[in-house]
Every structure is written in C-alpha cells, then in structure tokens.
Design a protein around this ligand. Sequence first.
Ligand code: CTP
Ligand code: MG
Length: 222
Amino acid sequence: MSVWAVLAAAGRGERLGSDRPKAFARLGGRPLLAESLERLEESGWIDAIVIAAPPDWEEPSILVAEEIAATKVSSAVTGGASRSESVRLALEEVPAEAAVVLVHDAARPLLPEEVIERVLAPLSEGWDGVVPAVPLADTVKRVEGDRVVETLSREDLGAVQTPQAFRADALRRAVSGDVSSATDCASLVESQGGRIKVVEGDPRLLKVTDAEDLALVESWLA
Ligand code: CTP
Ligand code: MG
C-alpha cells in the first residue's frame, strides 16, 4: 500500500502579514515549510510527497526540499485560489496506484509521527477518511448577527486539525466537484456520503495564523 502526502502550502498568509507567503515565513531560522516537510520526509509511513506551492514559489519549495535533503518530494505544483483547489491540483500529481493520501497544512509545522500513525491506521478498517480532533476549551454558541441562537453541547464538538488521511479514491471523488465552500478535505468526503473517523489530535498541531501563533510554535521547537 503506497501512501502519498499532499502538503498544502499555497496560501498567502494574509493574517500573518509577512512580506512573503506564510510557508516561507521564518521559523527557527528556516522557512516554516521546512518543519512539516522534514517530519513527513522522516515518517516511516509516508512514501512520497507533493507540495502545493504559492504561484512563483514552486522553485523555492523544491530548494527547501533540497536543503533538508528530502528524497520523497515528487513535485511542487502551483496551488489554487482556495485550499481545496490546491489539494485538487496536487492530487493530479499523485499516481493512480497510491492507495492512501495524507493531506497536511504547512501552517501546522509541528507534525508528530504518532498523529500520522493514528490517522492512517483506521483506513484498513473500512473508513474513507480519518481526522484528528482536540476538545474545545470554550463554550460554542450559534450566533446570528449579535444574537445567540443556540448553545451547542461542547461534548459533541471537536476542533479538527490536519493531517487528515483518506482512501485515495474517496478523496479524488470528493475534490472533483464544487469545493468552494469547504474548509477541510474531510467535509468534502462527508458530503459525498463518506465515513470519517475521529481520532485524538495534538495541541502541538496548532495552526499558525498570526504572528503570536508563530512565536508560540517557535517557543515549542526543541
Ligand atoms: N492553503 C493552500 N492554498 C490556498 C489557501 C491555503 O494550500 N489557496 C493552505 C495554506 O498554505 C495553509 C493551509 O492551507 O497551509 C491552511 O490555510 P490558512 O491557515 O488559511 O493559510 P493562508 O490561507 O495562507 O492564510 P490567510 O488565510 O491568513 O491568508
Ligand atoms: Mg486562508
């Protein structure tokens, strides 16, 4: 069974406000992208990697791969206008014989090997996809304008992270339709009737959104 990873790194990083795309912001003295790429490279579970890069940053992405002596990076493709489109474009570079695809956000640099293992294992039990989630600390309410409509039961909710693992055929089918409203790949597979399992996430998988997040993740680097 061959497992391919798609690293979604094509975002602009507007909320981080750097002079370059978020994947190339500095983290521990190197581009942020290097951290998750190195962890995918070193994972015993991953056979090959496709990077979805921001327009004009395909070549620099390959250079990052070369700098960490990555041997699994197959290509860096130009990403799309949304995350889901970037994943769809990267999937075009994943060969038909790949049975499983792991999709990860470059914006989550600290990727523990245990989580990769945790999301891949249940695919052999008949699940179409597996997502890591962490419990919510805050109470969540549905809001219309400035009015609370409903308070949701926190026990029923989870904050979903990446890496997300999928049967390749299920993911390909899911991203081939209208992906404009999706914020993660699992929701696309769900809307096709796919069965998604939830496993335990990891607080270290914090997504770098703004400068404060970047400083926090930097402080966690060993
Ligand atoms: N992403 C992508 N292609 C896009 C948009 C986002 O590959 N067109 C990726 C980002 O590179 C990131 C992940 O999806 O790794 C999650 O997106 P987000 O945190 O929103 O990153 P950005 O879109 O870069 O940030 P912002 O929304 O602040 O511009
Ligand atoms: Mg974004």
